[in-house]
Design a protein around this ligand. Structure first.
Ligand code: UT7
Length: 341
């Protein structure tokens, strides 16, 4: 048995905000942002778009890819949606706080009537957690065959646009993959292993404080601080370099691959310097990391599936390629998946 990525999709809002655009209203500049992060632009959703809308678009693109593939049993988007057994959506910026899950809204809009659906809250590691969770759920029941795993974020709506230390980092977007269980797959195909970690002692370092049960809004309250991302950049940076290094080492040890066998490392797209520092520590050339943060900035749980879709549609993935995801984020969480394409 193998759990393989059958198809990918992404949704990127058309509105592009460059560093120069930001510098018109904020005390920052293109040179600082590029040299400290590698980011040149980010894409921002319009007011009418919510997390589920981007997720839906990305999921539809993945299903549209699946129905055009050789040997596809489902020939229409409707049939492909009905073939999905579960939907897992990683996000820190859901349509609604607490309930319902954004995954349920996507399930309804997609008319994936045979799928159960749930969100995963693991910050920027949400997609990595989602892949491992979906794979386990597929493996557990013989009747389950297909899962949609989605990362979707509207970070721009929870960004403090006056805080130059954080607002320059984030963007909006969504990515999706269709996972499929195949019983007759050759050995070591698809998802080979995952590493997932959590360290809640770092919860305060990356937090949306307002609006939950700890700091609930009550009728009549003046909203002094809206729900916005608060970040301790230095603490997250230090954690991230260590997390990337340790995840790669553990994932290789667990799956018994060597770094030379890995074609692409697809990291969470937070900051080029974090990846350069981790790569340097481990002697991994920078070209082995696939980066697109220049254009999209940090889209949290969406960044890895967006990058995967770019690689896939760009013809940069061949059957048999060994690829590795690696990420870190709020929680604090970190992790990675190793897959044979
Ligand atoms: O998904 C996980 C999400 N979070 C992350 O990945 C964040 C990880 N952390 C980082 O990437 C980095 O810590 C930052 C990019 C956030 C900050 O980079 P840094 O090199 O640690 O800068 P700094 O905070 O030490 O600030 C250096 C200087 C300060 O000025 P002074 O005090 O030296 O005069 C800041 O005020 O740069 C200033 N600064 C800026 N200047 C222009 C901070 N942000 C900006 C800005 N434009 N946007």
């Amino acid at each position: 048995m193998a759990i393989e990525i059958r198809a990918t999709g992404r949704a990127i809002p058309s509105k592009r905000l460059s560093n120069d655009d930001l510098a018109k209203t904020l005390d920052t500049n293109d040179e600082w942002i590029i040299s400290h992060t590698g980011i040149k632009a980010r894409h921002i959703a319009d007011e009418a778009t919510a997390c589920s809308d981007l997720a839906l678009e990305a999921a539809r693109h993945a299903l549209a890819m699946a129905i055009t593939q050789e040997g596809a049993q489902e020939k229409t988007l409707e049939d492909a949606a009905l073939s999905v057994d579960l939907i897992i959506l990683g996000t820190a910026t859901p349509d609604y706080h607490g309930c319902p899950s954004t995954a349920c809204i996507v399930q309804d809009k997609l008319a994936a009537r045979n799928a159960f659906a749930m969100d995963i809250t693991a910050g920027c590691t949400g997609f990595i957690y989602g892949i491992e969770t979906a794979a386990a759920l597929l493996a557990h029941a013989p009747s389950r065959k297909r899962a949609l795993v989605i990362g979707s974020e509207i970070l721009s709506r929870f960004t403090d646009w006056h805080d130059r230390t954080s607002c320059v980092l984030f963007g909006d977007g969504a990515g999706a993959v269709l996972l499929e269980k195949t019983s007759d797959a050759p050995q070591r195909r698809g998802l080979v292993g995952s590493i997932l970690t959590a360290d809640g002692s770092g919860a305060e370092h990356l937090i949306i404080r307002q609006g939950g049960s700890r700091h609930a809004f009550r009728a009549g309250d003046a909203v002094r601080v809206p729900p916005i991302i608060e970040m301790n950049g230095h603490a997250v940076y230090t954690f991230a370099v260590k997390a990337v290094t340790e995840t790669i080492e553990k994932l290789l040890a667990e799956t018994k691959f060597t770094i030379d066998e890995v074609r692409w490392i697809i990291p969470h797209q937070a900051n080029r310097r974090i990846l350069a520092a981790a790569g340097k520590r481990m002697g991994i050339p920078e070209e082995r990391f696939f980066l697109n943060l220049e254009e999209y900035a940090n889209t949290s749980a969406a960044s890895i599936p967006i990058a995967l879709d770019e690689l896939n549609r760009g013809g940069k993935l061949q059957k048999g390629d060994v690829i590795m995801t690696v990420g870190f984020g709020a929680g604090l969480t970190s992790g990675g998946n190793l897959l044979v394409w």
